[in-house]
Design a protein around this ligand. Structure first.
Ligand code: ARG
Length: 577
């Protein structure tokens, strides 16, 4: 057998898969296409599930093996010797259980402590991706749906960035048309001297929008003018273009406040301001694309010559693929837009822009999410008709978390600045975590009481857990940075070993969350990490024990991994609470 020296990549699942791919080649040389199936194990630390599938492939081909357990046994025998594997055994119908070497696990963690958590970052096969997220509609309210897109999109971007992907964070300005004609025409009416158009002329854009809409609905002549304005705007008329740019500017300033509070970075792009050259057909004066499986065609250019949502998306896609050279383009919107994305993805395939196989790169993915619900189980609103103002919502999260801190007397212990920063970190963190922790395709009920509770699966609980670990380390009086360099970890106690294993599963969890585009996978990992830590801490004395150094290092490693999770989820950690 080959002796494999395993580098400490911090990704045991991948490393084991490599070992098993060697043993697969040796065991069944005639089946070179079989990929290793390795996953966290129910009995061992990991398991390899190839034996059963292999058996069904080879049993009809005159194989020497007698059933799946024998195949599994052969996989074990030809597994390269590696310092990472302690032992292997067969379970059930032919699963290969793998027990990792505790010594190797300890060394891997020591290594991370010395070289940093970035050495555990997974490497994906994509080099550059676009994450199209947030994307509120200019001149309209940015609502909780956009907040969800902002939070989920930011996390996906962060996870990909950590995994060595270059991410183009894009705020897509695409939903335009009639509403712009209406606003521009109304602006010209209110303010005939276009040079003097300023923020004050428009005032509150929401109010301005409502007034324009009222006129649009009542005044037939105005309505006609507004439609003409759209055509002139899209035809590139400079006066209309300038008015449009001003409205966008004002709108953008509003959105920027929310992004600043949430510390989300993204870049606005209007890729559609160029020509779209599609193979299209005529239908009732419009240019359309007929797509298999859909009864109505996708309208690309409307009968009046205007563009719509689909046309801007198609042009943007062309730009992202050909100019920006993105290999993976990810769209984060509510699940209600799934049909739009399905159709537009198919149109792009029909045009030959994307490969037919939707798993092959360049690739597009729609990340759909469910509704944010109020206590009444209906779409979240403050009053029956009004949408929730995001800035107010963020303020409330912060105020409530500040009140809770004051109730615990923190205003007497901390400076005003500390109080404010902590309230913000906890409040916004709670809001983000509540949005991310469930499977995104289902909706969730928005509740300040629930998300700000310090018990259960909440950011508050997790932030506390992290702060507590930091204080354990501090109380030891040891210089942890010095210990990191020289100290050794041992994983003798079952609770130490379980915590160590969970720490080592960080990289593969991030990888899974990236490939499935499911941030809740990472939330679950983080929650379990805090549970494993609690078990460890209640079973193993840290300060003053014989194993103090090793255990302090385990505390430190847990804190580091927790902070990296917080970072990926867009949550600011706090060090005391
Ligand atoms: N502006 C749209 C909305 O508010 C979302 C845009 C999503 N991105 C896209 N490329 N279609 O619903």
């Amino acid at each position: 057998t080959v002796v494999a020296s395993e580098a400490f990549t911090g990704n045991p699942r991948r490393q084991l898969a490599k070992l098993f791919s060697v043993s697969l080649k040796l065991t069944v040389p005639d089946e070179p296409d079989v990929e290793p199936l390795v996953e966290p194990g129910k009995f061992g630390d990991y398991q390899c599930n190839n034996a059963m599938g292999l058996w069904s492939i080879i049993k009809g081909k005159g194989t020497e093996f007698r059933g799946p357990p024998a195949v599994g046994q052969a996989l074990i025998s030809s597994l390269p010797t590696s310092e990472m594997v302690e032992s292997c055994s067969i379970a059930g119908p032919g699963f290969v259980n793998v027990v990792l070497s505790a010594k190797w696990m300890a060394k891997s963690i020591e290594n991370m402590l010395i070289n940093g958590i970035d050495t555990w970052a997974p490497t994906l096969s994509v080099k550059r991706a676009v994450v199209d997220f947030s994307s509120p509609n200019i001149a309209k309210e940015m609502h909780v749906g956009h907040l969800r897109s902002t939070i989920i999109g930011d996390t996906i971007a962060r996870m990909l960035e950590y995994s060595n992907v270059e991410v183009l964070r894009r705020n897509h300005v695409g939903d335009w048309g009639t509403q712009f004609g209406m606003l521009i025409e109304y602006l010209f009416e209110q303010c005939p001297d276009t040079d003097s158009v300023t923020e004050t002329a428009i005032g509150d854009l929401q109010v301005f929008y409502r007034k324009a809409k009222l006129k649009f609905d009542l005044d037939q002549e105005f309505k006609e003018k507004a439609h003409q304005a759209v055509v002139r705007l899209q035809g590139g008329d400079p006066v209309y273009h300038e008015a449009w740019a001003k409205i966008c500017e004002i709108s953008r300033n509003e959105f920027a406040k929310v992004y600043q509070s949430l510390r989300v970075e993204l870049e606005e792009k209007t890729e559609w301001e160029r020509e779209t050259w599609m193979v299209v057909e005529e239908s009732e004066g419009a240019r359309v694309i007929f797509i298999d499986g859909f009864s109505i065609p996708l309208i690309v250019v409307k009968s009046d010559g205007g563009f719509n949502y689909a046309s801007t998306d198609l042009t943007a896609l062309w730009y992202r693929l050909n100019e920006e050279k993105a290999e993976w383009i990810i769209y984060v919107t509510d699940i209600g837009q799934q049909q739009h994305f399905n159709m537009f993805f198919k149109a792009a395939r029909k045009a030959g822009w994307l490969p037919d196989n939707d798993q092959t790169y360049p690739r597009v993915s729609h990340v759909g999410f469910g509704l944010v619900l109020g206590a009444d189980n209906k779409r979240f609103r403050t009053r029956a008709t009004e949408v929730v103002r995001l800035a107010d919502l963020l303020d409330e999260a912060k105020t409530r978390s500040k009140d809770a801190l004051i109730e615990r007397g923190k205003d007497k212990e901390w400076t005003l600045e500390e109080l404010d920063q902590t309230a913000e970190a906890v409040g916004y963190g709670a809001l983000k975590y509540a949005d991310l922790k469930g499977n995104r395709s289902t909706g969730y009920t928005f509740s300040f009481d629930q998300m700000l509770s310090d018990k259960g699966d909440t950011a508050v609980y997790l932030l506390y857990a992290h702060a507590r670990i930091c204080s354990i380390i501090k109380k030891s009086g040891k210089d942890i940075d010095e210990l990191k360099k020289t100290g050794k970890i041992t994983l003798d106690h079952a609770a130490e070993r379980a915590l160590g294993l969970h720490l080592l599963q960080f990289a593969e969890t991030v990888e899974e969350a990236c490939t499935t585009l499911l941030p809740n996978v990472l939330c679950k990992y983080l929650y379990y990490l805090s549970e494993e830590f609690t078990k460890f801490y209640s079973n193993c004395q840290v300060n003053g024990s014989e194993e103090e150094t090793s255990r302090l290092l385990l505390c430190e490693a847990t804190a580091i991994v927790m902070r990296q999770c917080f970072h990926l989820l867009g949550i600011t950690p706090v060090y005391k609470l």
